[in-house]
Design a protein around this ligand. Structure first.
Ligand code: CP
Length: 334
């Protein structure tokens, strides 16, 4: 576990939210905000011209993989992708260390997702270039947590609030859902957070994260039912992570357990409660944890989250490669 706090990003791996303090988070958010004109093509920068991102995804992904690639391209760099375990030499028994030694000779920075907890940190030990964790099993998803927090900040600003004092309801598979693990740890850095954790008992938030919330002095309610009218600022819904269950039969017991649609939202939340989900949402009938009838609800922030992911990942690349102050110097005609 990486416990070293981030004071200077340049050349460092990003493996865990434990590396971040509030100052580091503010730095990421400030650089992310400065990325808006480049992400929206109002301006163009070639600050990473000639640089190569190794984008290694050994587990399915749509938005994390593509937004890492998009972010790197928007900064002028090139992307080399490896997707799927079976198409890499890992399938022939090569170690993560050897794979990292090799691929870090071909890249300036590597983003990686892998199904085993701790695997990205193990890979980073062999890498000669910075490695960014794109999700390691049920453990962590630090860049998702940063984009979630960036989204929360923006959404609450719109409602006239800051992050301190917020009430967040996290719903669903809190045991295997790595995004809620990482987001909870980041929120622990703020003041007077109210956590309401709603899940089946078997899918409860892991004890180390409960301990972190309690040790930081935040308010915590744990329940297995969604009831009453909650004054939550944020409703963070999650998918049942069926790929992490011992069997599909076991996962099926919980799919569809906590659905959110417009009528359930109206019954249990305030009219201004922001609805978030890391995506993908499971749209199959038997699961459907976030119904399409919420698509036109202005409080549904799920696609603002995905857009913000590009800004935050651009910021992390710029900081890690030490070019955050060179964006304007390398501007080109649009
Ligand atoms: N939120 C997230 O990690 O989505 P993907 O699995 O599509 O990358």
């Amino acid at each position: 576990m990486i416990e070293k706090r981030m004071s200077d990003f340049t050349g460092n791996h990003i493996l865990s939210v434990n590396q971040f303090d509030r100052e580091a988070i503010e730095k990421v958010f400030s650089v992310a905000n400065s990325m808006k004109p480049y992400a929206t093509r109002q301006k163009r920068t070639t600050v990473l011209d000639g640089a190569i991102l190794g984008n290694l995804f050994f587990e399915p992904s749509t938005r994390t993989r593509v937004s890492f690639g998009t972010a790197f391209n928007l900064l002028g760099g090139e992307v080399r992708e490896t997707t799927g375990m079976s198409s890499s030499a890992l399938a022939k028994g090569e170690s993560l260390y050897d794979t990292a030694r090799v691929l870090s000779g071909y890249s300036d920075i590597i983003a990686m997702r892998h199904p085993a907890a701790g695997s990205v940190a193990e890979f980073a030990e062999g890498s000669r270039v910075p490695v960014i964790n794109g999700g390691d099993g049920a453990n962590e998803h630090p860049t998702q947590a940063l984009l979630d927090l960036f989204t929360i900040k923006r959404e609450l600003e719109y409602n006239g609030h800051g992050i301190d004092g917020l009430h967040i309801a996290m719903i669903g598979d809190l045991r295997y859902g790595r995004t809620v693990h990482s987001l909870s740890r980041l929120l622990c850095l703020f003041n007077n957070i109210r956590f309401t954790l709603i899940s089946p008992k078997e899918l409860a938030m892991p004890q180390p994260i409960i301990d972190a919330i309690e040790n930081a002095g935040h308010q915590l309610t744990i329940t297995d039912t969604l009831e009453g009218n909650m004054d939550a600022d944020i409703c963070y819904q999650t998918r049942i992570q069926e790929e992490r269950f011992p069997s599909q039969e076991e996962a099926n017991k919980y799919r569809g357990k906590f659905r959110l649609n417009q009528s359930i939202y109206t019954k249990h939340f305030q009219s201004k409660t922001v609805i978030m989900h890391p995506l993908p949402r499971d749209s199959r009938m038997e699961a459907n944890e976030l119904d399409n009838d919420l698509n036109l609800n202005p409080n549904l922030a799920i696609f603002r989250q995905t857009d913000n992911g590009v800004l935050v990942r651009m910021a992390l690349f710029a900081l890690t490669l030490g070019v955050e102050n060179l964006l304007t110097k390398y501007e080109r005609d649009v």
